[in-house]
Write a protein that binds this ligand. Structure first.
Ligand code: SF4
Ligand code: SF4
Length: 416
């Protein structure tokens, strides 16, 4: 006992000193986090989400319509709330919605900042965003080099094949798979299946009644009028609780405006809030590279200058990344209310838009936003699995720098 006491008394002060050092380092890092937010002028300058759409500086974080890793969703929501996003879009699943709201409130406990809207994403029919990859790892050749695992942007394919690793090999972690499909063509043995699903309309209607859900996004091909109508009618009065209804659709070229008009006519009679058209350029590809954003910009340019489109803000998505705003500026579409010239040289009369709202309301970032902050989350989780990022302010600081560099392209913060 004497020896034990003596050891404690020898080690005690050192341990105490180390703990104090760690705690003062954390306090210092947290101070840096707050300083970064205030230096950028975020709490004072960010506008209400509706005003952001009007001004063309709306930013939405897409957590992923199928991404259900609640620990990551919470941390992503915290980081991007501090960065001043206007909306956080997530899977229409109660636990995911709660994770988003937890992240938002944790951010607001660090610094008072306005709450972004919370949006849930659903589909009216089969859609790329609503699928999961699946395979049986016991069915895979033991000598497979596992290209599926290397290509997965979500770290959704389990296994530790690194030199010195455990050598375990697993299948797809369903809650992390967001359906990008990149693993499917790289499997040399054709072992991976894609399982598609449609969100249940009654469950969605219940979710929309929650006080912490502000918006819905309906993914549609634009070609399935009956499926869209059934979903819309099935949501019934739950729509009345919302501040925003978004419809996300791909570019179906000459059919786009007539499809939008049909969908709007279905919604119009009980649409009591603002609406938005999400122009999904190249789905789930923003993290691939610079050029991935081109299709969203071309889609935005065509829609901004199109006549006869139904009411609603326009917002880009699908391939959006840190180069999107540069592309919008090149096309003179960034935070402008008029088109004086379009890129192929055809002249249009100045002031051809009758609205005082920006032609493009804003940008949604998905894969790219998750990638830049995800790197920091992975590094934190390698030591602290399921950690709250605010408990590790040095990681929070890095994540915030990454998110601000992206959100700041649209928001034009003072230090961007
Ligand atoms: S590559 Fe894409 S589809 Fe395949 S497991 Fe990863 S997230 Fe899912
Ligand atoms: S690439 Fe195909 S065979 Fe190889 S581990 Fe992945 S799913 Fe199995």
């Amino acid at each position: 006992m004497a020896l034990s006491l003596s050891c404690c008394s020898l080690l005690g002060p050192n341990i105490h000193k180390t703990q104090l050092n760690i705690s003062s380092k954390r306090e210092e890092d947290l101070k840096q986090v707050k300083k970064l937010i205030t230096t950028n002028g975020i709490p004072e300058t960010i506008t209400s989400p509706h005003e952001s759409l009007q001004k063309g500086n709306w930013v939405k974080l897409i957590c992923g319509a199928s991404f259900e890793d609640v620990a990551d969703v919470r941390n992503l929501s915290l980081v991007y709330t501090l960065s001043g996003v206007d909306c956080i879009d997530c899977a229409a699943e109660a636990s995911v919605v709660s994770a988003v709201n937890e992240g938002i409130e944790a951010a607001r406990a660090i610094i008072p900042i306005r709450r972004p809207w919370v949006m849930v994403s659903v589909n009216d029919d089969e859609d790329l965003h609503f699928r999961k990859a699946e395979f049986d790892p016991d069915d895979c050749p033991t000598d497979c080099s596992r290209p599926c695992q290397n290509v997965c942007p979500a770290n959704a394919i389990l296994g530790d094949c690194t030199p010195g690793g455990s050598g375990t090999k697993g299948g797809v972690l369903a809650e992390r798979c967001y359906g990008c499909g990149r693993c499917i063509p790289v499997c040399p043995y054709d072992k991976i299946r894609a399982i598609t699903y449609i969100r249940d309309v009654n469950t969605t209607a219940e979710l929309l009644k929650r006080d912490d859900v502000d918006a819905i996004e309906i993914h549609t091909s634009g070609r399935q009028e009956i499926a869209f109508r059934e979903l819309w009618n099935g949501l019934g009065d739950s729509i009345n609780n919302l501040r925003l209804v978004a419809v996300s659709m791909p570019d179906i070229k000459d059919l786009t405006i007539s499809a939008m008009s049909t969908l709007y006519s279905i919604m119009e009679s009980n649409l009591r809030c603002i609406n938005l058209w999400q122009l999904d350029g190249r789905p789930m590809s923003g993290d691939i590279g610079r050029g991935a954003t081109r299709e969203a910009i071309a889609f935005g340019l065509r829609l901004a200058s199109a006549r006869g489109k139904p009411k609603g803000f326009l917002q880009l998505a699908g391939g959006t990344n840190a180069h999107t705003v540069d592309g919008l500026k090149r096309e003179r579409l960034f935070q402008t209310t008029t088109i004086s010239e379009i890129s192929d040289g055809e002249k249009r009369p100045p002031g051809s838009s009758s609205s005082q709202n920006a032609l493009i309301g804003g940008v949604a970032f998905g894969g790219y936003a998750r990638k830049v902050v995800g790197r920091v989350l992975s590094s934190m989780q390698s030591n602290h699995r399921h950690a709250f990022i605010e408990d590790y302010p040095e990681h929070l600081l890095k994540a915030l720098e990454e998110s601000l560099a992206l959100v700041g392209t649209v928001k034009r913060y003072s230090s961007s």
